[in-house]
Design a protein around this ligand. Structure first.
Ligand code: FAD
Ligand code: UDP
Length: 399
């Protein structure tokens, strides 16, 4: 592939530039090479650069921001190339850190699930049950009694089926979780760790927000703009459209930060670690709005996609057209989700042992530590990892 270098225009914006032959003439020495310009790599790079280290960031994609990358589509609307990313966190440290690089647009995410010809709140709450069953539930006690009559106790709770069945019973489990999960993961919920469906609570009240975190907001100018500011540091150089394997030897460095898939780094020595992929279908429709809320989930197994997201709800943008993304789960394609189950964790642990033995390499992020982390968790992990690494690498003079 063509080598692409990043350059800054005079507004500090990063632009990808396809290089002339032989660029760059003489690769310079860097203290640290960072593989990946997503949350993990960019936060590591910013922290290391601010500690005085010279950092080279490389990403094989032709853009920064990793899976959080957003861009304007043909209709001029901001869309998320790799599926909808909604920021939420309970960590003031993570929120304050990112706030150095962006303003925020307050946004609380809401999701409806398509069940038959109805759209009902997801996570399941009192409204959901009243709409589905005409149950006339008036209080939290009513809901708890309704659910208790259906719940099938499971002990111990191990799988993603157990979590739901033990709380809401088999019928609601099948309506909302079984088909969606089988599509999303290509596995039955009984084959997945309980942590997967435990991400989605069941509520006795009428709170219809998807998240209840303290901080819920979208970067006011988008994720890509926030990453441009993160990476805009005199000690950071950026190479885009370049795979680590192509340049590992050409660019000397004392330390490596790797945020790609850990099994790939080790040449799949113990076999492939499973990651789930998605195919995104971006569409623009000639109408101002198409959905009542940002995301509609399709939990039935017959519908090939899992959800449709309409970006205007996230961005507050207006205009005559609207853009949406359909998510089609797939075994093939870019690695998006580590698949949480015991046998995969065991395989990851074997790679982790290799990683620990690799003295001059730090593994961080969702793919490199094989954790189903949200953005804020990756930022928290990167901040903690960077603190340790700076102590190790930075000389006192570097500040
Ligand atoms: P990534 O963003 O995957 O970045 C890794 C980068 O490394 C990539 O850009 C890749 O190209 C590059 N790379 C890998 N290997 C190499 C190599 N050999 N050479 C060069 N470059 C390499 N989180 C939330 O908090 N809220 C959400 O709503 C949310 N929605 C999501 C929706 C979807 C569909 C997906 C897939 C994820 C979602 N997430 C969400 C999770 C979020 O995307 C991740 O937590 C976050 O992006 C992880 O950052 P990262 O830097 O670890 O990995
Ligand atoms: N899930 C489900 N039905 C839903 C929503 C979620 O079965 O309507 C399950 C599914 O297994 C999904 C998991 O809960 O992968 C976590 O959902 P979340 O919305 O957190 O997934 P993500 O946004 O990370 O794709």
């Amino acid at each position: 592939g063509a080598l692409i270098a990043a350059a800054r225009n005079n507004h500090g914006k990063i632009e990808a530039i396809v290089s002339p032959d032989g660029w760059p003439p003489e690769p310079q020495h860097h203290d640290v090479m960072v593989v990946g310009a997503g949350f993990a790599g960019s936060v590591m790079a910013e922290r290391l650069a601010s500690a005085g280290l010279k950092v080279l960031v490389v990403d094989r994609r032709p853009h920064i921001a990793g899976n959080a990358y957003d861009r304007r589509d043909a209709a001029g609307l901001l869309i998320h190339q790799y599926g909808p990313h909604i920021f939420h966190t309970n960590s003031p440290d993570v929120f304050d850190y990112l706030s150095r690089f962006t303003e925020w647009r307050p946004y609380e995410h809401r999701v409806l699930a398509q069940v038959g010809d109805q759209q009902v709140p997801m996570p399941i709450n009192r409204t959901t049950l009243n709409l589905l069953y005409d149950a006339g539930l008036e209080s939290e006690e009513d809901v708890e009694a309704f659910l208790a009559a259906r719940a099938e106790p499971v002990d111990p709770i191990r799988t993603s089926a157990d979590v739901v069945v033990s709380r809401v019973g088999r019928e609601l489990y099948e309506t909302f979780f079984r088909g969606y999960t089988r599509k999303q993961w290509g596995l039955d919920p009984s084959e997945l760790d309980k942590s997967v469906t435990a991400r989605v609570p069941t509520r006795a009240d009428t709170d219809d927000r998807y998240f209840t975190d303290t901080y819920q907001a979208m970067p006011a100018d988008g994720y890509t703009r926030m990453f441009e500011r993160l990476l805009d540091h005199p000690n950071i150089e950026l190479l885009l459209g370049v795979d680590y394997a192509q340049i590992r030897d050409a660019y000397p460095h004392d330390h490596l930060v790797f945020t790609g898939p850990i099994d790939e780094y080790f040449g799949h020595r113990y076999g492939k670690l499973p990651y789930r992929s998605l195919r995104f279908e971006h569409r623009t429709l000639p109408q101002p709005q198409v959905q009542r809320v940002a995301t509609v989930n399709y939990p039935d197994e017959a519908t090939p996609y899992t959800r449709i997201t309409e970006y205007k709800h996230l961005t507050g943008e207006t205009g005559p057209a609207t853009s949406v993304t359909y998510e089609y789960p797939s075994a093939e394609g870019d690695p998006y989700y580590p698949i949480p189950r015991a046998e995969n964790q065991a395989l990851y642990k074997r790679y982790e042992a290799l990683a620990i033995a690799e003295g001059d390499v730090t593994f961080v992020g969702r793919l490199a530590t094989y954790r189903y982390y949200n953005m804020d968790q990756v930022v928290g992990q990167a901040l903690a990892t960077a603190r340790r690494l700076v102590r190790r690498l930075a000389t006192p003079m570097d500040g």
